[in-house]
Write a protein that binds this ligand. Structure first.
Ligand code: F6P
Length: 339
């Protein structure tokens, strides 16, 4: 079975690979590593993975296989025929695709076209449906929480408002959880556009109590009335706008509206790099084992997913059906703490 990691990387990818290889080596399933996501599959760029290749990698960030945002369904890529030829050439029966919503949507389309695929959900954003959690998310929240704790002390020293921008293209789980964990005063998320007036009222209330307001904002947040999230960096390989920059946009607006000196910090790739938390290492290892088990059982077209504390298989289509957004209930619970 071939294994590839595709899309934006995330802490825990190496633990999945290790789990898959170790389980395969004990059960007679040979695991072949495919380089740079779908790009490597199109080019049959691969090498067998042995126990010795995965020694000690569960705690290492990134992915030993490399990743890319190549879209294999791009009309110029050669499509399904080229993939099936490449699989023949590499002598693999099926593919374990570890990726986020973009990768899993492609995996599902390939599966419908006759490619044997099993999906493993990964994302720091935690936006994939069909699974309770994705590995990478816990690490990203821990990194963001620690960063906000640090930002708070400098904000307090200068009585400044600091806007902290975190990742989260479509959903605000990182902003919400890191905001609650660090005691931030406002969390702005894609699911809930807010007006500048409301944000100014929250921050002013904090200042009036003698504190320095901390605003956490997801990169995909929109001000009320804005049609799209802020983007000024062009498009990615899937023609999606590259996000980032909303913090820099908001800070001067808040300053102008409230008179509170305001600054911004974007945490960016810090949230994706580095060692996974122990929670993510364990989850990722279990998903790697489960994916090889599913391949051996011939459960193609499925995704290994988390349900409560268990691992189960769901149809790949469940991953792309909708996004795992922040529910009204969760947001309102957090909103009680704002301002
Ligand atoms: O999907 C995870 C994510 O971190 C998103 O929050 C973000 O929009 C995207 O990756 C950015 O990734 P890249 O800059 O690698 O395209």
């Amino acid at each position: 079975v071939g294994i590839l990691t595709s899309g934006g990387d995330c802490p825990g990818l190496n633990a999945v690979i290790r789990g898959a290889v170790l389980h395969g080596s004990r059960t007679g399933v040979e695991v072949v590593g495919i380089r740079d996501g779908w790009r490597g599959l199109l080019d049959a760029d691969s090498a067998p993975l042995l126990r010795s290749d995965v020694r000690g990698i569960a705690g290492r960030g990134g992915t030993i296989l490399g990743s890319s945002r190549t879209n294999p369904l791009d009309p110029t890529s050669g499509g399904v025929e080229r993939i099936l030829r490449a699989m023949d050439e590499m002598d693999v029966d099926g593919i374990i695709a570890v990726g986020g919503e973009g990768t899993l949507t492609v995996a599902e389309m390939l599966s419908r076209a006759g490619v044997k695929v099993i999906g493993v959900p990964k994302t720091i954003d935690n936006d994939i449906s069909g699974t309770d959690y994705s590995f990478g998310f816990d690490t990203a929240v821990a990194v963001a929480t620690e960063a906000i704790d640090r930002i708070r002390t400098t904000a307090e020293s200068h009585r400044r408002c600091i806007v902290v921008e975190v990742m989260g293209r479509h959903v605000g789980w990182i902003a919400l959880n890191a905001g609650v964990a660090s005691g931030a005063h406002v969390a702005l998320i894609p699911e809930r556009p807010q007006s500048l007036e409301t944000i100014a009222a929250w921050t002013t209330r904090v200042r009036d109590r003698g504190h320095a307001p901390i605003v956490v904002v997801s990169e995909g947040f929109r001000l009320e009335g804005a049609a799209e999230p802020h983007s000024h960096k062009g498009l990615d390989a899937f023609d999606r706008p590259r996000l980032g920059g909303i913090g820099e946009l908001l800070a001067p607006m808040i300053e102008e509206r409230t008179g509170i000196e305001s600054r911004s910090t974007a945490l960016g790739y810090l949230q994706r790099g580095g060692a996974p938390t122990s929670h993510d290492r364990v989850l990722a290892t279990r998903l790697g084992i489960a994916a090889v088990r599913s391949a051996a059982a011939g459960d193609w077209g499925t995704m290994t997913s988390v349900s409560g504390t268990g691992i189960r298989n769901v149809p790949l289509a469940d991953a792309s059906e909708r996004l795992n957004t922040v529910s009204d209930e969760r947001y309102e619970e957090a909103e009680m703490l704002f301002g």
